[in-house]
Write a protein that binds this ligand. Structure first.
Ligand SMILES: Cc1cc2nc3c(=O)[nH]c(=O)nc-3n(C[C@H](O)[C@H](O)[C@H](O)COP(=O)(O)O)c2cc1C
Length: 253
């Protein structure tokens, strides 16, 4: 799977180089579907060409959080191999983050239909900022414990903020098309039980959902570190598993 991904990125790079030599590479070439769309080259600027990784952290803050331990271990290993890459963490439990409510939905609807007032643009600005941050990432890491077969509400709120037509995906005659393409996604998830096999699989509204929703906006190249059965396994065993998976993925991501 990973060899396949490396081949794919070589293929992508080959195509980009070919297109560049033919003068076909355009900056920020996606088409605006509504006024709120992020579309300037400024939005896509990379920090002096340095690779940027965005970490959406919905793990518990406590040092016993398995996804928290794993993401720390992953980034330590990643950083030791890629010391010039920029890692930006968004702590989704931060109360200062936007609380997305019906006023944002109403502003967005008026922006879509062109009936917006200046206050709508202002109201929607924090959402645009979040979308810009997402666009500036070359790689995305999402750490997420399972909550009630699904994801913690803070991650769901983030998703509701950034999954916006005309901003992160567009509708086409053949269905929705993600705009955040060419980026890698690493999911670091954990659950008390094991949802990877048998009848438990049907109850997993966490990982399939994360893959689908991030896939919708363009993140189709997904790697997964799954820390399962945390309620039943010994701490040492889980720690060994986390360490080996994090080192393995940090070397490839
Ligand atoms: C609010 C809440 C709901 C949970 N729901 C489930 C669940 O539906 N299925 C499950 O297997 N574990 C569930 N768990 C257990 C966690 O998924 C498990 O302890 C996981 O390892 C937590 O990851 P963390 O240590 O990174 O927070 C729940 C835990 C909490 C706090």
């Amino acid at each position: 799977m990973f060899a396949g991904r490396r081949q794919q990125s070589k293929f992508r790079l080959g195509n980009v180089l070919k297109a560049a030599s033919l003068g076909l590479v355009r900056c920020c070439s996606y088409i605006s579907a509504f006024q709120g769309e992020v579309k300037s080259s400024e939005d896509l600027q990379k920090a002096n060409g340095r690779v940027q990784i965005l970490h959406l952290n919905s793990s518990g803050s406590d040092e016993r959080s398995w996804t928290g331990i794993a993401s720390k271990m992953f980034f330590t290993a990643y950083k030791s191999r890629n010391c010039h890459h920029i890692i930006k963490e968004v702590n989704l439990w931060d109360k200062e983050l936007l609380q997305y409510d019906l006023s944002h939905v109403a502003s967005k609807m008026r922006m879509v239909t062109g009936e917006d007032k200046p206050s709508d643009k202002e109201n929607f600005e924090p959402v645009e900022k979040m979308v810009k941050t997402l666009f500036s990432a070359d790689k995305l890491v999402v750490s997420c414990p399972m909550w009630n077969y699904s994801i913690p509400y803070v991650l769901k709120q983030y998703i509701d903020c950034v999954v916006q037509p005309g901003m992160t995906f567009r509708e086409t005659s053949s269905g929705p098309q993600g705009l955040l393409t060419g980026r890698l996604l690493l999911l670091i998830t954990s659950s008390g039980g094991d949802y990877s096999t048998g009848s438990m699989k049907a109850l997993d509204y966490q990982v399939p959902y994360l893959k689908d929703i991030f896939g919708l906006i363009g993140f189709t190249d997904v790697t997964h570190i799954y820390i399962k059965n945390t309620a039943h396994k010994k701490r040492d065993e889980l720690m060994r598993f986390i360490e080996s998976r994090c080192l393995e993925e940090a070397a490839k991501f």
